[in-house]
Design a binder for this molecule. Structure first.
Ligand SMILES: [Zn+2]
Ligand SMILES: [Zn+2]
Length: 361
């Protein structure tokens, strides 16, 4: 199978906060070990929105250095088809032109202490597709996988709306693994965005007594119910702390996974979790959150687990999606062309009319 590869392509180029524009740029040439991919679809993540808006954790500021390296092409939640292979690539990776593929969002440096010790999801260099010009993302017609990229095949017959969720589901798998869920646990998942919704089905696969989904949006709660939540409750209209205490003989939940990204969700979790419970923090916060830290030690002796992106969980996510072990139908709410990138950003920022917005070049 051969296709003619054009010399130039349409791509969103990010140069500064709010300065993200559709431009015509050269199609990357695959060098030795590299893979040129024709992008099929790419999700818009809340991290893309934060980067678009100029958040300090991306562009730097008084308390931290810049992490993004403009100009760059955004987009790290992608699927596509192999368009061309650089020298020595086909044998090494077992890939052929036409294969449907994705690559893990983080391209490991291979040399830092984390990469060397098999903990590359915490790579010190931390090049993630779509935030630095050397690992341009997928809001473009084509993208290049560098030779260090971790590439995975995607089944050809999996629908685009499900396959494009591979990255967020991989992140959900890691967070749920961190929670070490046991039979008999009551698991609360705060936040029913794309990843919180994935966590509902993933947590059920661990065989707990009950999974409780919390969100302020009724549409998202409806989906959480259809994905297997035993309870889907709205903290706006239900006293969720009492509700969780009622279902646990007054003790509180065994596991609380914080995936809402709002400071109130942390306080709520520290209040409703039982003593010796497991609290998993997954979210990225727009600003520092303050809580009564004594819940963790003196009051409850909690196990507190952080969870960052995906730790070798892409194969699990792809397998679960492919075998329908978890449901994600209806999570993709809008599919838009690159021309409508700004509308896509606004839909995700607003959050009331969308769950996952996808760009299709
Ligand atoms: Zn993301
Ligand atoms: Zn590294």
């Amino acid at each position: 199978m051969t296709t003619t590869i054009p010399a130039t392509m349409r791509a969103i180029v990010a140069r500064a906060p709010h300065d993200w524009k559709l431009e015509r740029v050269p199609v990357p040439e695959p060098g030795p070990g590299e893979v040129l991919v024709k992008v099929e679809a790419c999700g818009v993540c809340s991290s893309d929105v934060k980067a678009y808006k100029g958040a300090e954790s991306y562009w730097g500021g008084p308390s931290m250095p810049a992490w993004v390296k403009p100009p760059f092409i955004p987009g790290h939640e992608f699927i596509g088809h192999v368009a061309a292979l650089g020298a020595d690539t086909a044998e090494r990776l077992g890939l052929a032109v036409g294969d449907r593929v994705t690559a893990e969002q983080l391209v490991p440096c291979g040399a830092c202490r984390y990469c060397v010790r098999g903990q590359s999801w915490m790579c010190q260099v931390h090049n993630i597709f779509g935030f630095q010009g050397i690992v341009n993302g997928a809001w473009a017609e084509y993208m290049s996988f560098p030779k260090e990229a971790r590439i995975h095949k995607i089944p050809a017959d999996l629908s685009m709306e499900i396959a494009v969720l591979t990255e967020p589901v991989s992140c959900g798998v890691h967070a749920v693994e961190r929670a070490k869920i046991e039979f008999g646990d009551v698991v609360v998942i705060s936040g029913a965005g794309p990843i919180g919704l994935a966590m509902v089905g993933l947590a059920q696969l661990r065989g707990p007594k009950a999974v409780v989904s919390l969100d302020l949006n009724e549409g998202r709660l409806e989906l959480a119910r259809s994905f297997g939540a035993d309870y889907a409750l709205n903290p706006k209209t239900t006293d969720v702390i009492s509700a969780v205490r009622d279902m646990t003989d007054g003790y509180g939940c065994d596991v609380y996974i914080e995936a809402a990204g709002h400071p109130a969700s942390i306080t709520q979790g520290l209040t409703m979790i039982r003593k010796l419970g497991r609290f998993v923090e997954f979210s990225v916060f727009g600003e520092p959150a303050s809580v009564d830290w004594s819940f963790i030690g003196e009051k409850k002796e909690l196990d507190l687990y952080g969870s960052h992106i995906s730790a070798f969980t892409y194969p699990v996510a792809i397998d679960f999606l492919n075998r329908h072990r978890i449901k994600m139908d209806g999570v993709v709410t809008q599919v838009l062309p690159l021309e409508d990138m700004e509308e896509a950003i606004h839909l995700v920022a607003d959050g009331t009319k969308s769950i996952k917005v996808v760009l299709k070049p």
